[in-house]
Design a protein around this ligand. Structure first.
Ligand SMILES: NC(=O)c1ccc[n+]([C@@H]2O[C@H](COP(=O)([O-])OP(=O)(O)OC[C@H]3O[C@@H](n4cnc5c(N)ncnc54)[C@H](O)[C@@H]3O)[C@@H](O)[C@H]2O)c1
Length: 438
């Protein structure tokens, strides 16, 4: 099939590349010409495991092209995906300006029947707005299909190639059949293609993200309660998660959720509810808990060292909002580091992939290190903020020899009490008792 994907970010680039890998001819379009030039050379502007290899192969085998020329891309394609950003507007709603601009441009460019697919996460009713925007600009036939994306950054290629399910929202069987055949190579293990109307497809994406965010805030509150009553959240989450009705996923307490999706999607569904004359107190609470949780590590630091941190130095391991990505959007590390800086502390930071993105946020206000141990010399304490695998089994003796004092504030519960005790660290995890070194 001939496909174009408009918006070549974390979602569009993965989707376009994977469709090419499935044997289709794919043109990826973006207004960011610098990004397009990089991609044409086979260099990838984001970090996503396995993506670069796939892009290079499909470029070489001439199934994947990159361009800023939307008109040519639309004319060469049967299916046009819209995968541009839908950031949070000032009132919490999703900002649809890019989506509707692209819809209008597709309408203007198309020279025959097209399936126009909404891949971006968009509020209920957006398919109707896209339909109207396209219809304004063309006399050709078209269908608008809602096809929300459920991939996880850090495992995006695998998620796209083997999705748990594919959701297709639309009205016309002609467009739905085209979509089913496009996705057939990706659901060979019988994972379902769920066909529904546009509105239900749009709502499914928000409902899924809001539920996962709720799970995270729930376990964070349980962790905070565990800490007060002397229970261990690590045991509690195992005990809870073993119940098949609950499951182990998204039951790890931490520094709060971040990223480009959960914060804005929770806000957007609250806004949608409000506009529909309904309040959503559950999700308001999820948000409030999350905001509080982002401050938890700093609260623990302040409890130990006092509110003024001038003259103190902290190592930070992990800046990206989660492991295996370089994405810093809404990362809890931003709240944590800004708070520490405001109180006068010096920050020595490390992340395996996100240093470039972090530099855009903090500039030269903090120091950056490619090697995790290089962020430790002279530090009063280490804060572990993102659970990259490489932080799980560090050389504690080496850490201790580098740090001014062997203290760890662990925002991801990566280490065990007995190990911390044996290694002589003072250790502050989340939802578990602390270890005080002698
Ligand atoms: N990132 C995720 O993990 C994820 C997962 C599922 C769904 N989503 C949703 O997918 C959508 C895209 O998210 P993302 O993370 O890929 O965003 P992103 O910011 O990484 O990428 C968006 C891209 O669209 C381009 N763009 C903006 N306006 C354009 C225009 N008029 N014409 C052409 N290109 C344009 C931008 O230059 C950018 O490259 C959002 O709605 C998001 O909520 C994201």
């Amino acid at each position: 099939m001939k496909v174009c994907v408009i918006g070549t970010g974390y979602v569009g680039l993965v989707a376009g590349t994977c469709f090419a890998e499935g044997g289709n001819d794919v043109i990826c379009v973006d207004i960011d010409e610098r990004k397009i030039e990089m991609l044409k050379q086979g260099s990838v502007p984001i970090y996503e495991p396995g993506l670069e290899e796939l892009i290079r192969r499909n470029l070489t085998e001439r199934r994947l092209w990159f361009t800023s020329d939307l008109v040519a891309a639309v004319r060469a394609s049967d299916i046009c995906f819209i995968a541009v950003g839908t950031p949070e507007a000032s009132d919490g709603s999703a900002d649809l300006r890019a989506v509707l601009a692209v819809a209008g441009a597709i309408g203007q460019a198309m020279n025959g029947y097209r399936v126009i697919v909404l891949k971006s996460t968009v509020p209920v009713g957006t398919a109707d707005k896209v339909r109207a925007a396209v219809k304004d600009r063309t006399t050709h036939e078209f269908d608008v299909v809602s096809n929300p994306e459920f991939l996880k950054e850090g495992a995006a290629v695998e998620d796209f190639m083997k999705p748990d399910r594919v959701v297709i929202g639309g009205e016309n069987p002609r467009a739905i059949d085209i979509m089913k055949s496009l996705y057939a190579p990706f659901v060979r293990t019988e994972n379902p293609i769920l066909v529904m109307d546009n509105r239900s497809a749009e709502m499914t994406k928000y409902a899924a993200n809001a539920f996962l965010a709720t799970k995270i805030s729930f376990v964070n509150e349980i962790a905070n309660l565990c800490e007060r009553v002397g229970a261990d959240v690590n045991d509690v989450r195992r005990g809870m998660g073993s119940d098949r009705r609950i499951g182990h996923h998204f039951l790890f307490p931490g520094t709060g959720y971040g990223g480009s999706c959960f914060p804005k999607d929770v806000q957007a569904i609250i806004r949608t509810a409000h506009d529909a004359g309904m309040e959503f107190p559950l999700l308001n609470a999820v948000e409030t808990v999350n905001e509080k949780q982002k401050h938890l590590l700093v609260d623990k630091v302040v409890k130990k060292y006092g509110a003024k941190l001038g003259g103190r130095c902290f190592g930070v391991w992990g800046l990206a909002f989660k492991p295996r990505t370089d994405d810093m959007r809404e990362a809890p590390s931003i709240v944590i580091i800004e708070e520490l800086l405001k109180r006068g502390a010096r920050i020595e930071a490390h992340d395996p992939e996100a240093l470039g993105e972090a530099r855009k946020v903090f500039g030269d206000r903090i120091n950056y290190h490619r090697v995790n141990y290089d962020a430790l010399p002279g530090t009063d304490a280490l804060l572990v903020v993102t659970d990259w695998n490489e932080f799980r089994r560090p050389d504690f003796a080496r850490m201790k020899s580098l740090m001014k004092t062997p203290v760890i504030f662990d925002g991801r519960n990566l280490y065990e009490h007995d190990v911390m005790q044996a290694q002589g660290f003072t250790y502050y995890p989340i939802g578990r008792s602390a270890v005080e070194a002698n």
